[in-house]
Design a protein around this ligand. Structure first.
Ligand SMILES: [Zn+2]
Length: 323
């Protein structure tokens, strides 16, 4: 039996799974990355997490056949170059070669949401469809596009960057430098900005001050949920606005590329689904052309934290098991 590792390197933590060649997860490991975002210390933590996951599965490094790795960046998958990871401050890094040397294994690197969508597609309810789009809503908004059962990366390796689809011309400034991107409205970053703006403009108050005092810097989806439950108007409005924007983006995808289903995942969807999903469904119905949005299949992610790492590991299985 061959075994594979899947690594999910995020902006705040690294997560690793070990799987067998059937896709069963044998172990999981998670380690926070510190405030030092230089490449070497971060990759040292990634290696530590990888080794701990192997030990957790009662295996040795020799048992691992190949590794898949997900990074929060567009990746030139042919040359295995990480192009731009704003949350880590990394650009143009030969990540595949570096990791392969460190782990002494074949390593395949790709964008995290591509691999998350691939994981959900391979192991979740979306399997029965051929063309699906995954949208993950958390701090930011990411996406992945599967056509004919295969990930589409595009000529510039940016296919699936739905977070930077402009849904409001002249709208809120996005971290990417454009205005009115989906992420700047619908991601947690956008939700926070909207609440701040309403407080500034209209002198309103929010219960988030008590629920999560540091909310302006970072707020969990569970804190937003609590604020909604306690009928905090600013939070309710900001989350509804986020859901509408995601609904508009879904309709844009349905109208332009004609997919069979959409997979929705990420912290906001998992935690706020009750208020979020009905708005998305309604917006899709209203905005999709030629009745394309009525009863459109929306699949909620089932793999949660495992999606990206499992997708990464399974990509390694598909690429290296034949070689
Ligand atoms: Zn943007």
């Amino acid at each position: 039996m061959n075994y594979y590792a899947g690594i999910d390197l995020g902006g705040t933590k690294t997560y690793c799974v070990i799987i067998d060649e059937k896709g069963n997860i044998l172990s999981r490991e998670k380690i926070k990355i510190g405030t030092d975002r230089k490449i070497e210390p971060v990759l040292d933590i990634v290696c530590e997490c990888y080794k701990a996951a192997i030990a957790g599965a009662n295996l040795t490094e020799n048992d691992i056949f190949a590794v898949g790795m997900a990074v929060p960046s567009a990746v030139n998958t042919e040359k295995q170059i990480l192009l731009n990871a704003p949350n880590l401050g990394w650009k143009n890094i030969k990540i595949g070669e570096i990791m392969s040397n460190k782990l002494n294994k074949p390593v395949f690197v790709d964008n995290d949401v591509n691999l998350g969508t691939f994981g959900e597609y391979t192991f979740g309810k979306a399997q029965k469809y051929k063309n699906v789009y995954g949208i993950f809503v958390g701090t930011g908004v990411g996406g992945g596009y599967i056509h004919d059962g295969k990930l589409v990366r595009g000529a510039g390796f940016t296919a699936g960057e739905i977070g930077h689809m402009i849904v409001k011309q002249g709208g809120t400034m996005c971290n990417c430098g454009n205005q009115g991107c989906l992420e700047a409205i619908a991601g947690k970053v956008g939700i926070i900005k909207h609440i701040e703006r309403k407080i500034e403009e209209k002198g309103k108050t929010t219960k988030l001050d008590e629920i999560s005092p540091n909310w302006r810097n970072s707020v969990g989806a569970s804190a937003l949920h609590k604020a909604i439950k306690s009928k905090d108007k600013l939070t309710i409005k900001a989350v509804e606005r986020s859901a509408e924007a995601i609904g508009v983006a879904c309709s844009n995808i349905i109208n332009t590329i004609g997919i069979d289903a959409i997979i929705l995942g990420g912290g906001i969807i998992e935690e706020l689904g009750d208020i979020y999903l009905p708005i998305i469904r309604l917006t899709i119905q209203e905005c999709s052309m030629a009745n394309g949005g009525s009863n459109f299949p929306i699949i909620i992610s089932e793999l949660a934290d495992d999606a990206v790492a499992l997708g990464a590991a399974w990509q390694a299985v598909e690429i290296y098991s034949q070689k």
